[in-house]
Design a protein around this ligand. Structure first.
Ligand code: AGP
Length: 605
């Protein structure tokens, strides 16, 4: 949604904040700005455009000050322009905001702000309300303002007469904070401050934190001091840069064998799946009568794979519901429904609100999250962290496959809890799961072949992707990847359904990517491919190595996937689809990591 940063300490704040904003830019990149408080004076520099544009502005203005706040924006209220860029200032108050204030119009009217505002944003209204309540006591002003707000917010505030201090408060939108010998930090996520410290804390909702040059104080809204719950960064901080890759997306695709290993191996004890660290009792895996997965985008596509696995192996019904629809379609969830929330960021508000609704219905909830201490993790009874490390590219790749890795483990644990498998069956499944990192490495070694494959759709305006069952599930994800990063319109279609209308769109040279990995569906999938070929489609086929193809077919490109058990073919096929999307975007000269209109974390419903 937006990225916020704050620093107060011994060093000049501008450079620190610009570096941090670059690490937060994946959260939004329509405009950027910083504010510095020095000797009672506030200096604000902000501009439409990227953090790089702000850096150029700062190199000319040379802002000074050791206390400041910074922001990179994904526009919600008000267009993309300098006036709507954060920070916003009203009276003695300067602030940055991530979130949506739903009642900002009522507040604007209540406090007579018409004609007094410089921007179209809801955030500036908050600054004005804070100014209204400010009479020298920041805590009181913040408490009284927060009680008036409806919506989501992560606010970082400077008061002219509070030198060296940054105040912050949140509801749903994330804030983490840290204190080092050189100063104190706050940010939207820990990736921005990890270069300075491994120890941080999540600012609890509706608590006010005050950062001084070498300390942090936390109070609840009634003014009582609260205990800070310290956490540690659980990944190798040196891995948070691009490490020589042109884009984070390529780096994160290439990291997948390693991070999948880091996600599964710690949870395999004596060859068996083990969630004792997460404290998940077998009872909730054995007692539930059905499962409901709630997630968005890529995370939802991971849920579709989980559905296929669980229904095939466990034999209970699994619904996969897009979180933004969940609450509005009278969901039937209860104490017998295990709800699984999947989210890379752990902050997607659609998923968070759906999870809260499910919990109110009495459902046991497990979340699969990548960011430690995130809101969705804290709103769940149990959380399984994917150990993917920070995922910076907006297009999710390693988060997806580590989510799948967790779902493979969870399915196996559920089979054990329900005594569905013999020792031998379990061993065979677990052995195949543990092969995944090596198989993916094999695929990644052929990335230049995949790059050539991508060339066959580089100039397409529409690409169809067809498959059945698990192949269809991963093509939904492959299609999203291609759309997100290359702006080519793509549509994943269950290949058996194509003939019921959409095949009307298949004409001479229409590019079609087909995936055939499931033995039980192969013959049908191949006949569906012949249907599009007979209408002139140019088919790119992903199929297991060793499979024979009828010589009569016209294949423009065939990629042979390393063989795995059908359930696990999702993994190598997904990597190929990720790389196809990546190379198309790269060869089109697009900003692969920061596609237009997108943000990494969507905290608006
Ligand atoms: C994935 O490439 C997209 N960036 C997007 O669909 C994302 O998966 C979705 O917004 C959910 O995000 P989350 O996993 O952080 O909840």
């Amino acid at each position: 949604m937006c990225g916020i940063i704050g620093y107060t300490g011994k060093d000049e704040a501008a450079g620190i904040m610009l570096d941090a904003l670059e690490l937060l830019e994946y959260r939004g990149y329509d405009s950027a700005g910083i504010a510095l408080l020095s000797e009672g004076e506030i200096q604000i520099l902000k501009t439409a455009g990227r953090v790089g544009d702000l850096r150029r502005l700062c190199s000319g203005e040379k802002p000074e000050g050791r206390c400041g706040i910074g922001h990179t924006r994904w526009a919600t209220h008000g267009g993309v322009c300098g006036a709507n860029a954060h920070p916003h200032r009203f009276g003695r108050v300067t602030l940055i905001h991530n979130g949506i204030i739903e009642n900002y119009k009522e507040l604007k009217e209540k406090y007579g702000l018409d004609g007094l505002l410089q921007s179209e944003t809801d955030s500036e209204v908050v600054a004005a309300v804070l100014e209204h309540f400010y009479s020298g006591d920041p805590y009181s002003a913040i408490r009284r303002t927060v009680l008036k707000l409806k919506g989501t917010f992560a606010l970082a505030v400077l008061f002219d007469d509070q030198p060296d201090c940054i105040f912050a408060v949140r509801n749903v939108s994330p804030i983490v904070a840290a204190v080092t010998d050189n100063g104190a930090f706050l940010a939207s996520d820990v990736a921005a401050i990890a270069p300075y410290t491994a120890d941080y804390f999540v600012v609890p909702e509706f608590h006010v934190v005050c950062l001084g040059p070498g300390n942090a104080e936390l109070f609840d809204l009634s003014g009582d001091r609260a205990v800070i719950d310290w956490l540690s960064v659980d990944w190798d901080v040196s891995r948070s840069g691009k490490e020589g890759y042109p884009f984070y997306m390529e780096k994160e695709i290439m990291e997948q064998p390693e991070v999948i290993g880091e996600t599964i191996f710690p949870r395999i004890k004596e060859g068996k799946p083990d969630f004792s660290e997460e404290g998940i009792p077998d009872e909730i895996l054995s007692a539930c009568q059905r499962i409901c997965v709630i997630a968005c985008g890529t995370a939802m596509h991971a849920g579709l794979v989980g559905k296929s696995l669980i229904q095939a192996i466990i034999g209970i019904h699994v619904d996969v519901v897009m979180a933004s629809e969940f609450m509005y379609n009278d969901p039937v969830v209860d104490k017998d429904t295990l709800v699984i929330a999947i989210s890379q960021s752990g902050e997607t508000i659609d998923t968070l609100e759906a999870l809260k609704f499910a919990r109110k219905c009495g459902s046991p909830c497990i979340s699969i999250v990548n960011v430690k201490g995130a809101s969705i993790a804290r709103a769940s009874e149990y959380v399984i962290y994917t150990n993917a490390g920070p995922e910076i590219a907006v297009a999710s790749t390693k988060a997806y496959t580590t989510q799948l890795a967790v779902l493979y483990l969870l399915t196996a644990r559920m089979a054990m809890a329900r005594k569905l498998w013999s020792e031998q069956e379990l061993a065979g499944y677990m052995c195949e799961l543990q092969r995944v990192p090596a198989v993916l490495k094999q695929v990644l070694e052929t990335k230049e072949e995949i790059h050539r494959l991508a060339g066959s759709i580089l100039n397409a305006s529409d690409v169809f992707m067809i498959g059945r069952g698990l192949d269809y599930s991963i093509l939904l994800e492959g299609s999203l990847k291609l759309k997100e990063v290359s702006y080519i319109h793509s549509e994943a279609y269950a290949s058996g359904e194509l003939k019921h209308g959409t095949i009307a769109l298949i004409t001479e040279d229409t590019p079609v990517i087909a995936v055939v990995t499931q033995e039980k569906l192969k013959s049908k999938e191949l006949s569906n491919i012949r249907e599009v070929q007979s209408r002139g489609a140019r088919v790119v086929l992903l199929i297991k190595e060793g499979e024979t193809l009828d010589g009569g077919e016209q294949w423009s490109c065939v990629y042979r996937l390393p063989k795995m058990d059908d359930f696990f073919m999702v993994m190598p096929a997904s990597i190929v689809l990720q790389l196809i999307a990546y190379f198309v975007s790269l060869d089109k000269g697009l900003d692969v990591d920061k596609p237009r209109n997108l943000a990494k974390v969507v905290t608006v419903e």
